[in-house]
Every structure is written in C-alpha cells, then in structure tokens.
Design a protein around this ligand. Structure first.
Ligand SMILES: Cc1cc2nc3c(=O)[nH]c(=O)nc-3n(C[C@H](O)[C@H](O)[C@H](O)COP(=O)(O)OP(=O)(O)OC[C@H]3O[C@@H](n4cnc5c(N)ncnc54)[C@H](O)[C@@H]3O)c2cc1C
Length: 404
C-alpha cells in the first residue's frame, strides 16, 4: 500500500499533522516508537512566552527560528485549528487565567489550557490541597509553600486536606492514582467528600486525577457540580495524567478521521532515489512503507529523535544535517536549573525555509520536519515548546496538501 504521507513519530506534532492531513482527505499512517513528550508535559500549550505571545513572535528576526518561517498569521490559524480539533475542554487564555505547577509556582504563560487546570485571576483567601494517603509522588508541602509565597495568589492560605477513601493499594504513580480514584465506587466517595469540604474554601486543588481517557468530560462535569466550580487540577509527575489526556484525545481524533496508527513501530531507515525518500524501513516489518511525502516528528533527546555521541549530535534514522555546537563543553551551563540557558536545547535538524530536511546541505524533496526536533529555537527560554509543535505541523500539512 502506498500512502499520501507517512509520519514518523506519534507525539504532539505527528498526531496534529496526521489529523490535519486526514481531515483534508489524504491517506496517512503514523509509525511511532514509544512514549511522547506529552507524557511528561502539563498538557497545556505554550505558544510564545504568554498571552501576549503575538508581540513576542513579531520580534523574532533569526531566519532559522521556526516561527520566523511560519509567520504570525499561520501560527494563529494553527492554534485556532488545534483548539477546534480538540474541542471545548481546551480554552484560550486571554490573560485571565493561570495554572499551578506541583511546586506551587504560578504559570501565566500557557495560551491553551485544559479547563480543569485553569484558575481565574482574582483574589482568593483560602484553598484546600487534597492529599491522598497512599499516593506520595506529589510534593504536597512544597506546593503549599510555593502557593502561599506566590505574589499572584496574594496572601492565600493553603490547607492540606487528607481525603478519606477506601484504600486498597499503594499508589505509586499519578496514573495509578487516576485509575483508582475514577473506579465507580471510589469515585462516588470522592465526590461526596469534595462536596462536603468545598463550601469552606475558595478553591480545591488536587494532583491531576480526572481520567486520561474519553471519560474526562463527563467526570469533569460531575466534579464541577460536586465542588460548586471550585476544583482545579495540578499536573503531576510523569507519566503526567494531564499530558496523557491530551495524547489520548489526539490519538482518538486521528483514528476517528481514518488514520493508521502503528505503535511500537520504530522507523530505522529508508530507501532513497537521489534527493527523494521513496520508502521507510520499519523494525520487524517485512516490506518497506511507501509514500509520496514523509514527515519526521521524532522529538529530541528524550524520545530518541536526536542522539548525542562524543563530540557530535546525530539524527539517527537518516543522518540528516543537525545544528549543534561541536565543542561539548559549550552544550550546558554549570547550573542544572539554568533551564533556559542550556545550548543543547536549541540543537535540532536543519531545514530549508519550508521545513524540508537538509541532508548534506541539500533539501530532501519530500521529507518535512516538524515539532521539537526542529533547530533554531529554545523551548524553555522562549516558552514555546508545544506551540512550535502545533504551528510547524500545521505549516507542514499545508505544504504537503499543496503538493499532493
Ligand atoms: C517535562 C516536560 C514538560 C513540558 N511541559 C510543557 C508545557 O507545559 N507546555 C508546552 O507547551 N510544552 C511542554 N513541554 C514540551 C512539549 O511537551 C513538547 O515540546 C512536545 O510534546 C513535543 O512534541 P513532538 O511531537 O515534537 O515530539 P515528541 O513528543 O518527543 O514525540 C516524538 C515521538 O516520536 C517517536 N519516535 C522517536 N524516534 C522514532 C523512530 N525512530 N521511529 C518511530 N517513532 C519514533 C517517539 O517515541 C515519540 O512518540 C514539556 C516537555 C517536557 C519534557
């Protein structure tokens, strides 16, 4: 079978690209190796430094920056389309909302927020932070201290409130917590308990535990009712329930639109005809997979899209041109927590002005690149990680559509 387009990598960029192409009537397949960056993320999307992101994007002058190539109007279209695809459970932050992180830090940067995490900007005096006995993978006390110190939250008092429910397990990860609490019998108990405590607080925070699957909207509505609109989730440690929820929704949309999703299917190489990629080699597949167009959305070091070796960084599938600094000493800053400053975060695959991959200095005719693997931007410093994934995949979908 020959596809219109085959996408390598099923993270935020690959799924968004696949959905957009399927919605345009193109026949696609996604081959993906394993977990994506969404499983680590908050499940909210940063476009560029906060709700005033448009003026930030307009100041970008570096030609190799993905946003310089995409341009503001296309980024806007991409964000709008992403929200449309996702549905009502995502809202645009026009500056009126913030989210809270597990250390009690207030994050005003996310432009697209899952409803159960969006906190309206207003004066609060007291909030509960739900603590679940048996679940220790959340820094309850740091979170309380962080929120109480936060200028944005004023002089808020946080009360850690232990939730009494029938415990049968030791819940090690956030996903275990979510699976357990959303079982019908336990869920009823939780709703009762929250409806009892909610009148005493302005807000009720909890490590994210609403379902990471299609039950989310229904459960969120029940929780809203029980808490009289006071319940808010805080994304927890990986695997992040909120990030997995976003991944689940996107996978569903892709399949509903007729896409072919092959999981546990690492792409290991390709067949070439001059400057054109003809087919992919997928591990354990008997035959090469053919397509008119291909897209590489394999992420960075986390997910194996880039691999660091002594004194070099490589793209392991096709050995594409990678933008990196040969001097290893300059890859990192001395302070680990200098997130924005680490040079390696800006490394990535080089592309031409339309995101075609460069190999030996020349564009590959039919291989596009999107998402975190792109070079030329600094996701943490610029606060645009998710934004680059959805905007570049939108842009690439338009290019492929025009050429098919
Ligand atoms: C801890 C953390 C927190 C974050 N928080 C936020 C946030 O709050 N807001 C925000 O906007 N962004 C956030 N991000 C960033 C955001 O999640 C990522 O930028 C985004 O998910 C990247 O998507 P991607 O599709 O480009 O790549 P990835 O999500 O990395 O997906 C790449 C996919 O390709 C697959 N793959 C790799 N190699 C192969 C191969 N050879 N064959 C087949 N498949 C392959 C991988 O298995 C993976 O599924 C966060 C990231 C991290 C790590």
């Amino acid at each position: 079978m020959k596809y219109d387009a085959v996408i390598i990598g099923g993270g935020l960029a690959g799924l968004n690209l696949g959905i957009l192409l399927q919605m345009s009537g193109k026949k696609t397949a996604i081959f993906s190796k394993g977990a994506s960056g969404l499983g680590f993320s908050s499940g909210n999307i940063d476009l560029y430094g906060g709700p005033d992101w448009r003026s930030g994007v307009e100041t970008i002058t570096k030609e190799e920056h993905p946003y310089y190539k995409i341009k503001l109007d296309v980024i806007e279209k991409a964000a709008k389309k992403f929200k449309q695809i996702y549905g009502d459970e995502l809202l645009f932050n026009n500056g009126n909302y913030f989210t809270v992180n597990p250390f009690g830090g207030v994050n005003e940067e996310s432009e697209i927020i899952q409803r159960s995490m969006a906190v309206e900007k207003k004066k609060y005096s007291g909030a509960a932070l739900l603590r679940f006995p048996g679940y220790g993978d959340f820094p309850y006390h740091f979170c309380k201290e962080g929120m109480e110190k936060s200028e944005r939250l004023g002089n808020i008092q946080i009360y850690i409130s232990r939730v009494e429910i029938p415990w049968r397990y030791f819940l090690t990860r956030s996903r275990n917590l979510s699976d357990y609490l959303t079982q019908p019998s336990v869920w009823e108990e939780i709703l009762k308990e929250i409806s009892q405590i909610s009148p005493s607080y302005d807000l009720i925070f909890a490590p994210a535990f609403l379902p990471a699957d299609s039950r989310y909207s229904e459960f969120r509505a029940q929780m809203e009712k029980a808490s009289a609109g006071r319940f808010r989730e805080i994304p927890g440690s990986p695997p992040s329930v909120a990030g997995e929820r976003m991944s689940h929704v996107l996978r569903q949309r892709y399949l509903e639109n007729g896409g072919t999703l092959e999981k546990n299917a690492p792409v290991v190489g390709g067949d070439w005809e001059g400057k054109r990629l003809r087919a992919l080699h997928v591990k354990n597949y008997l035959y090469p997979v053919e397509a008119e167009f291909f897209a590489l959305t394999t992420g960075t070091f986390f997910t194996g899209g880039l691999v660091s070796r002594i004194h070099e960084v490589v793209e392991p599938i096709f050995n594409l041109d990678v933008d990196y600094i040969p001097d290893t000493e300059k890859w990192t800053q001395e302070r680990f927590h200098d997130f924005g400053g680490h040079a390696f975060m800006g490394f990535g695959v080089k592309t031409d002005s339309t995101f075609r991959a460069l190999k030996d200095g020349e564009p590959v005719e039919n291989l596009y690149v999107a998402g975190a693997i792109l070079s030329g931007f600094h996701p943490l410093k610029e606060k645009n990680a998710g934004g680059v994934s959805i905007a570049s995949s939108y842009y690439v979908h338009e290019k492929i559509k025009q050429r098919l």
